[in-house]
Design a protein around this ligand. Structure first.
Ligand code: CUA
Length: 315
């Protein structure tokens, strides 16, 4: 599924050096120049040190004016020029895109330990996956439902905190189609490491198609197994925590499951989304992601089977 998207970023889904957008590109070039210039400074200092160690001792040392000259040039003027240069460079690069011209607005709310993703314009909610059109500035409004998290997609942008008491707004742009992995970058508890997500950048026409497909309400399942699956969802009280649009399930504690069938991963990119993984997750999520809020379920195997098939039918 979505193999067509796995282009040049297949091998570098989370790398600040394989840039997919303008901000990441500027951060990468700043990093390159810093490593190059500071590497050169380090090399020069080491060479001077070796020179000082191996040269013959001068009877009365350097003259006072020569010593003072070395300190002024090497210890004062050079670092000032180099650091000032980098400061000016950093002021002029694009660490933020202008927020005014964005075409899509997406609200991301961080939870311990997953991401709620909303497209307010389309009344569409998903989780742990941000689908965007390529080449367009996307306005992201991010906040947290609990502790401080940090939104970081190294291929596309620098970090931005999600806070419980305020909304941070920034603009993201991906210039190449692909799947970019993002990661919470602020320690937020036991499963901070498994609080990941994916930004899926696709051509505008595909993006519009994706939105259109998600906008269609789910039909009542006719297939008896799927109908049973839906029944199991309510019998097992999944609806206490999860919502499925168009049904009586309106729980807000866990991720919205209206489109879970079309998602690439489960448990905030902890495991791929497949029948086997979803069965394992529903049976015992604590084995996969200890500490998360979802309890184990003790379903009969045919009920679990029906529930999994129903979930995966929700695209
Ligand atoms: Cu959320 Cu670390």
């Amino acid at each position: 599924m979505l193999d067509w998207l796995l282009g040049i970023h297949r091998d570098h889904p989370q790398s600040a050096f394989h840039v997919g957008g303008p901000v990441a590109s500027d951060i990468a070039s700043l990093t390159f120049w810093m490593v190059a210039v500071f590497g050169a400074v380090f090399l020069i200092v080491m060479l001077l040190l070796v020179f000082a160690l191996v040269r013959k001792r001068v009877p009365h040392g350097l003259s006072e004016s020569a010593s003072v000259g070395m300190i002024v040039v090497g210890g004062l003027i050079t670092p000032t020029v180099v650091l000032l240069g980098f400061m000016i460079y950093a002021f002029f690069i694009e660490l933020e895109l202008p927020t005014s011209r964005s075409t899509v607005e997406i609200e991301v709310t961080g939870h311990m330990w997953w991401w709620d993703v909303r497209y307010p314009e389309h009344d569409l909610t998903t989780a742990n996956e941000i689908i965007i059109p390529v080449g367009e500035p996307i306005r992201l409004k991010i906040r947290s439902a609990d502790v401080i998290h940090s939104f970081w997609v190294p291929n596309l942008h620098g970090k931005m905190d999600l806070k419980p008491d305020r909304t941070n707004i920034f603009t993201l742009r991906a210039d190449k189609p692909g799947i970019y992995r993002g990661q919470c970058a602020e320690y937020c508890g036991t499963q901070h490491a498994l609080m990941a997500f994916q930004v899926v950048a696709m051509e505008r026409s595909r993006y519009d198609g994706w939105i259109r497909e998600r906008a269609r309400p789910h039909a009542e399942p006719i297939d008896p197994v799927l109908a049973r699956g839906k029944q199991v969802f309510f019998e097992a009280a999944c609806n206490n925590c999860h919502a499925i649009k168009g049904t009586a399930a309106v729980g807000r504690i866990g991720p919205d499951l209206t489109h879970i069938g079309s998602r690439l991963t489960l448990g905030a990119a902890a495991i791929p989304n497949s029948r086997a993984h979803l069965s394992g997750w529903i049976s015992n999520p604590q084995a996969i992601k200890p500490g998360n809020k979802m309890p184990a379920s003790y379903l009969k195997s045919e009920d679990l089977h029906a529930l999994v098939l129903y979930m995966l039918s929700l695209e």
